[in-house]
Design a protein around this ligand. Sequence first.
Ligand SMILES: NC(=O)c1ccc[n+]([C@@H]2O[C@H](COP(=O)([O-])OP(=O)(O)OC[C@H]3O[C@@H](n4cnc5c(N)ncnc54)[C@H](O)[C@@H]3O)[C@@H](O)[C@H]2O)c1
Length: 262
Amino acid sequence: MDNTPSFLPGRFNGKIVIVTGAESGIGRATATRFALEGATIYGLGLREELGNEWIRSLAGHSETAHFLKCDVTNSASVASTIESIGKKNGRIDVLVNNAGKFLFGDITETSEEDWDQILATNLKSIFLTSKFAIPYMKKIGGAIINIASVHAFATMEKVPAYAASKGAVVALSRQMAIDFIKDRIRVNSVVVGGVDTDMSRLHALSTGRTLDDLGYVLEDNVLGRAAKPEEIAAAITFLASSDASFVVGTPLLVDGGLTADL
Ligand SMILES: NC(=O)c1ccc[n+]([C@@H]2O[C@H](COP(=O)([O-])OP(=O)(O)OC[C@H]3O[C@@H](n4cnc5c(N)ncnc54)[C@H](O)[C@@H]3O)[C@@H](O)[C@H]2O)c1
């Protein structure tokens, strides 16, 4: 089976798109796809050097791509960044809440500080970015895509903060969908399975296993492999596009069959 999604040039012409955690993994693949399909893209993240390297990698599309340093857990940082994008462009069409952090350890092994940090990065960040972006989306309608995880529905040992945060992302997305559909803002979440990124490699390392031994292979995953970030970007950009005009409040499973396989 071919697992290289094909681009749709021009699909997002004229659209103003924000992707958080854009400097690596799924966020970078998603921000890249938006850029190559015509959007003016704002990638937000913590690591400036990596973000600038992402801009350079876009070659012919770098003029409409921007990387802005923004800590999505910090309300002042989020407010000033999103306000500047909104004011400059007069609108925001798409917000992808992708920034995330992983933590390994059961509750007794998890410090209160680490718990708060995971919940702030994976959950509160969505509250903050949406709070400041929605006023700029209301005028024109738009799409918000929040990145959840299969840990929202089924889990493995020692990921309490992460699993709790991702379960809440699905619930919050459904709530936001109900609250803002009147403004023609479609909100959905993407329930992501195992993807080959820094985060899943850290997870594998924490458990003393390799990425391929993390439970994503043959016996647990009908596709028998971890996804490429581009395969998740394809689902995210679908939800942002007019092809998903009737898709609202859904947790879209993109997990290679992981949660279907008993
Ligand atoms: N990789 C997987 O198997 C997998 C599975 C399910 C869900 N996800 C989710 O996908 C999303 C992207 O993860 P990834 O796998 O690409 O990993 P990643 O570590 O490459 O990406 C996470 C990004 O978020 C950024 N970030 C972290 N804290 C931030 C903060 N406070 N402010 C701004 N940016 C911040 C990081 O710098 C990084 O670029 C996450 O929400 C993750 O939970 C990943």
